[in-house]
Design a protein around this ligand. Structure first.
Ligand code: M6R
Length: 366
């Protein structure tokens, strides 16, 4: 059942090339410049014309929402707010008719997310779902949506569901932007083509598993971790920290890299591992300065870098290379080494990786 892997989590991490491809299958035909999302057909106009989108979710699904915020705003120029479902539902949120709510949930059974949907619906919003489980309560409660085709996710730590969510949300943003006319035909086609290449690029990252395992070994007994990223890699930093804490029980925090100097930098010393997602995109130079600030205080830096980066290996303690991808799509690839890092650290600490203490796969109570 674990397909030769020691844990479901590892199996699911390695399934990502397929689950990402499955989430695009029948939807993307890059060569023809076609993108079709059946479950959105009657609602695409409404999405494209909306003045405001509110995205709700919990945990990893909330992180996928943060990634989607950048993509929707960048491509479709629609203002997006991302909310924890549990906060949204208890604070008399301002929702008007015409507002779009996108609810993200792997299980489709998260109590807070379901209740937030019912509240938004009662205020006249149109609800889109991004769920992995067909027939789930959340899938049934939404007006429209697009399923992630990640397949069953058994490990409590969400991995392939996250990349499938980001894939589907990217398709939704592309479809809305294309319909709205805020995205040039050439960039639309380029992004579809790049999307089709993502499974192979994720495969390439998976081949670095042994190197990541060696790095994990070195940091097995760290007591704290900091994760930093900017732009689209900021939510990836949050996701990396969540993965580590939930399965290894090591305290970890994710921050936008520039926030360091507003407090967390006080934590940096030679015992503090700092994982920095430092891919070569529009914020690269800024991230490099943030790395220098950490190194000046003797922090130990593990950097996720774009392959061929010749500068960072001389500056940091360890590098993990990932293939070059369009900036909009980078989270799909940059999250993978962080999943593996937390997996190996948790295994080396003897944790119950698939069923961490105090956690359930779906949180059906508030
Ligand atoms: O099923 P959902 O996507 O609604 O679940 C949301 C969270 O409970 C879930 O992502 C949780 O944070 C995971 N254990 C993270 O790995």
């Amino acid at each position: 059942e674990k397909g030769g892997f020691d844990h479901f989590m590892l199996k699911e991490i390695f399934e990502q090339p397929r689950s990402i491809a499955d989430s695009m299958r029948g939807r993307v035909q890059a060569q023809e410049g076609l993108l079709q999302l059946g479950g959105l057909r009657d609602y695409l106009d409404k999405l494209a014309k909306s003045k405001r989108i509110v995205i709700i979710g919990c945990g990893t699904s909330w992180h996928a929402g943060l990634v989607a915020e950048y993509i929707f705003e960048e491509l479709a120029r629609i203002p997006v707010e991302v909310e924890y479902a549990s906060e949204f539902r208890y604070r008399n949120p301002i929702i008007k008719e015409g507002d779009i709510v996108i609810a993200i949930s792997q299980s489709g059974e998260t109590a807070d997310t379901l209740a937030a949907i019912e509240l938004a619906k009662s205020k006249g919003a149109t609800i889109f779902g991004v769920c992995n489980v067909v027939g789930s309560s959340i899938a049934r409660a939404t007006h429209a949506g697009a399923f992630t085709h990640a397949g069953p996710e058994i490990g409590v730590a969400s991995t392939k569901a996250f990349t499938a969510q980001v894939t589907v949300l990217t398709l939704m943003a592309l479809a809305a932007a294309h319909r709205k006319g805020t995205l040039s035909e050439s960039l639309f086609r380029q992004l579809l083509t790049e999307l089709e290449s993502i499974p192979a690029k994720v495969e390439q990252v998976l081949q670095a598993a042994d190197k990541i395992k060696e790095i994990a070994y070195i940091f097995t007994y760290a007591r704290n971790f900091i994760y930093l990223g900017r732009g689209l890699n900021f939510p990836v930093a949050l996701e990396g920290a969540l993965k580590l804490k939930e399965i290894s029980y090591i305290h970890a925090e994710g921050y936008p890299a520039a926030e360091m100097k507003h407090g967390p930098i006080a934590l940096i010393d030679e015992d503090m591992p700092v994982v920095v997602i430092a891919t070569q995109d529009s914020s690269y130079e800024k991230v490099v300065s943030n790395i220098q600030e950490v190194k000046a205080r003797k922090g130990r830096v593990i950097a996720i870098v774009t392959e061929g980066d010749s500068h960072l290996p001389g500056l940091v303690d360890f590098t993990i290379e990932i293939p070059r991808v369009h900036e909009i799509l980078v989270p799909l690839v940059s999250v993978v080494p962080l999943q593996l890092l937390s997996y190996y650290i948790a295994v080396m600490r003897g944790r119950n990786v698939d069923q961490p203490r105090n956690l359930a796969k779906s949180v059906t109570v508030e």
